[in-house]
Ligand binder design. Structure first.
Ligand SMILES: Cc1ncc(COP(=O)(O)O)c(C=O)c1O
Length: 385
């Protein structure tokens, strides 16, 4: 017996922690870039589960891989070997050109692993992160997440220093004898789609090489084609020492990973880090299928092409309350001189799901498989608002 909207919300209100601001929609199913609510209303999805459903919702290849795997084996733990984990690790190493993989289940967990590894590898304690950075809500990840409101109730956190994004010299100045690493998003997501200036990440790479601080790139939001490259660090041609992945990795299935250069990874020995579900065989099967879809459907190039198309269309709107449109691939931010929550609500009523980040930035992170017609419709709806 299916619950109606009010019954669902009633149970949320009664039983679930009150930690999220939810849109008043209960979603029932989805396909590609369209989601349908419990009343049968359809929406073009420009949120994609917050940059997760890069291959589109319920991609048939991913669904098939999950079904097939679920019939054979769902979970065994890391006390044993599985073919799927081996194959996925090989794929990730080939795609990133980084030597080793530790599997986990979420972005925050990947960041936790990265911070622990950097501490163990360097024997140092402190991290440098960027102002407005977002790296997750667990305690380690929170210690390098900038927003005061998120951090304050949980202090003291691990030692971290925040410097302005896009200012490599500020990192040089902040590095001390006790700096284990520098953690950055190659495009800042939650901060409002902040694009690094040319040369920034290369300069940070040089500073880390000179000082011995490890460079950690958090590609949780930018990975798997989102910015028009497989990974956003390719835009600057650098390789981090440690890299974090999650979100779009499993085609919608929960999945995360932390990768590191061999001589850094080798500092983690048996028992130094672990996760019961990390590299779970079902999530590995989903991720393998997901990667194949991105390749087969050439979604990385599509992200580049459609990202440019969307930005052009948004610029043509020519509204005086739009202060900037910026993006890489299909990770696009439209900064407004007004708060954007109202616009999100009106767009939803007109059949488009949008996300507002940093109060005044509309963030577009739709499936990379979205069509030009769906993007046109999205822009038309915005124009109407
Ligand atoms: C760059 C970045 N790192 C880490 C995280 C945390 O990921 P999760 O919510 O899967 O823990 C996020 C989530 O938005 C993110 O954008």
């Amino acid at each position: 017996m299916a619950l109606n909207y009010d019954e669902i919300v009633g149970k949320f209100d009664k039983y679930i922690f009150n930690t999220y601001t939810r849109q008043p929609v209960a979603i029932k199913n989805a396909r590609g870039a369209v989601v349908t609510d419990v009343n049968g209303k359809e929406y073009i999805d420009c949120v994609a589960g917050i940059a997760v459903n890069n291959v589109g919702h319920c991609h048939p290849d991913v669904v098939e891989a999950i079904k097939r795997q679920a019939e054979q084996l769902i979970h065994v733990s890391n006390l044993y070997y599985t073919e799927q984990q081996a194959l996925l690790a090989e794929q990730l190493v080939n795609l990133t050109d980084i030597d080793r993989v530790f599997f986990c289940n979420s972005g925050a967990e990947a960041v936790e692993g990265a911070l622990k590894l950097a501490r163990k590898a360097t024997g140092k304690k402190e991290f440098i992160a960027a102002e407005h950075a977002f790296h997750g809500r667990t305690r380690g990840a929170l210690s390098v997440t900038h927003k005061e409101k998120y951090r304050k109730p949980f202090e003291p956190l691990a030692p971290a220093v925040f410097v302005p994004y896009n200012d490599a010299e500020a990192i040089r100045t902040a590095i001390t004898e006790d700096t284990a690493g520098v953690i950055l998003e190659p495009v800042q997501g939650e901060a409002g789609v902040i694009i690094p200036s040319d040369g920034y990440l290369r300069e940070v790479r040089e500073i880390c090489d000179e000082t011995g601080a490890l460079m950690i790139l958090d590609e949780v939001q930018t990975g798997f084609g989102r910015t028009g490259k497989w990974f956003a660090r390719e835009h600057s041609g650098i390789k981090p020492d440690i890299m974090t992945l999650a979100k779009a990795m499993g085609g919608g299935f929960p999945m995360g990973a932390m990768l590191a250069r061999e001589d850094v990874a080798s500092n983690f020995g048996r028992g130094d880090h672990a996760s019961t579900f990390g590299g779970n065989v079902l999530s590995c099967a989903a991720a393998l299928a997901n990667i194949e879809v991105i390749k087969k459907e050439k979604l990385v190039a599509r992200s580049r092409e459609l990202g440019a198309y969307l930005m052009k269309k948004l610029k043509e709107l020519n509204k005086d309350y739009v202060t900037e449109i910026r993006g890489k691939g299909l990770m696009v931010g439209m900064e407004l001189s007004i708060k954007c929550e109202d616009i999100v609500g009106k767009a939803r009523e007109r059949g488009v799901l949008l996300n507002c980040t940093s109060d005044s930035v509309l963030r577009f992170v739709p499936p990379l498989s979205i069509t030009k017609e769906q993007l046109d419709k999205t822009v038309e709806v915005l124009d109407g608002i």
